[in-house]
Design a protein around this ligand. Structure first.
Ligand SMILES: [Fe+2]
Length: 271
């Protein structure tokens, strides 16, 4: 065989390869109503929390999220002392492994890692030691959750402490806290710099009717900074897909969400 023969064969293979890659990366969106390219709350790192039990399950969910239109996912495993003692280096190591597997399988989705911190005194110890993973580069968005019956005053005090430490507090799924069902309380938190991340599934009543009502209220009042899947399993994607068909997603661009501002490639801040 001549050298030119090999060159021709290589050229044909590379043409097929680029056509295939183009098809994968430019496949039309299945849900035309929604334009979210970035998820900011997902429990998809295997074996770190109550998310996927193995890496194959993680890959299966992420592949489906790609089909749903996502191009970047911020992975946010729980950090809660005594239950989920995930240190930043464990999370980043797991991120590294998952990224490599996705790359090998040609799944063109960007992954970053942060965490969902449970609001407890240990969080402030971690802040003191700078052992915190955030997202959004210099914005240092710190995703946190609290007990579902938490007192609003405790939430406010804690958010102020987080802010004073140099982070931007992002309260995960505010619609799920029973004591936050009060616009005055919500406005006070927002006024003090708390950003709200609503779960997409809440819009379908996946969690409860009160959570659905509060999620709608927050959206109507333009108080939502981020929408997130809070995805733990493949099955949970059904409620997310149902939500994408809701009318609310037709006007999503008017909400000025920050999700897609994260598309630019920025590293997680380990500070
Ligand atoms: Fe979560």
């Amino acid at each position: 065989m001549t050298e030119s023969y090999y060159m021709t064969v290589n050229l044909i293979f590379s043409m097929f390869d680029s056509i295939f890659k183009k098809r994968v990366s430019e496949s039309p969106k299945v849900f035309p109503n929604h334009c979210l390219s970035v998820d900011v709350h997902a429990h998809l790192l295997p074996q770190l929390d109550d998310g996927p039990a193995d890496i194959e399950k993680s890959v299966e969910i992420i592949k489906e999220m790609y089909v749903m239109g996502y191009r970047k996912i911020i992975l946010t495993p729980h950090v809660m002392s005594g239950y989920y003692n995930n240190a930043p280096e464990d999370i980043l190591q797991s991120l590294h492994v998952l990224r490599s597997v996705l790359k090998r399988r040609n799944i063109a989705i960007e992954l970053e890692a942060a965490a969902e911190y449970y609001l407890e005194e240990e969080l402030f110890n971690l802040i003191e030691k700078r052992e915190i993973l955030t997202f959004g580069g210099e914005k240092k968005y710190l995703l946190f959750e609290a007990s579902f019956i938490t007192r609003p005053s405790y939430l406010l005090e804690s958010a102020i402490r987080i802010k004073q430490a140099g982070y931007t507090p992002v309260l995960a799924h505010p619609e799920r806290y029973v004591n936050l069902n009060d616009l005055e309380v919500i406005n006070r938190l927002a006024f003090n710099g708390v950003l709200f991340q609503v779960n997409i599934g809440s819009l379908t009543g996946y969690y409860s009717k009160p959570a659905q009502d509060l999620a709608e209220l927050l959206i109507n009042k333009q108080l939502v900074a981020f929408l997130g899947t809070d995805c733990h399993s493949f099955a949970q994607l059904h409620s997310i897909k149902s939500a994408f068909k809701l009318n609310i997603f037709k006007d999503i661009e008017k909400l000025n969400l920050l999700n897609n501002s994260l598309l630019e490639k920025k590293k997680s801040i380990f500070a």
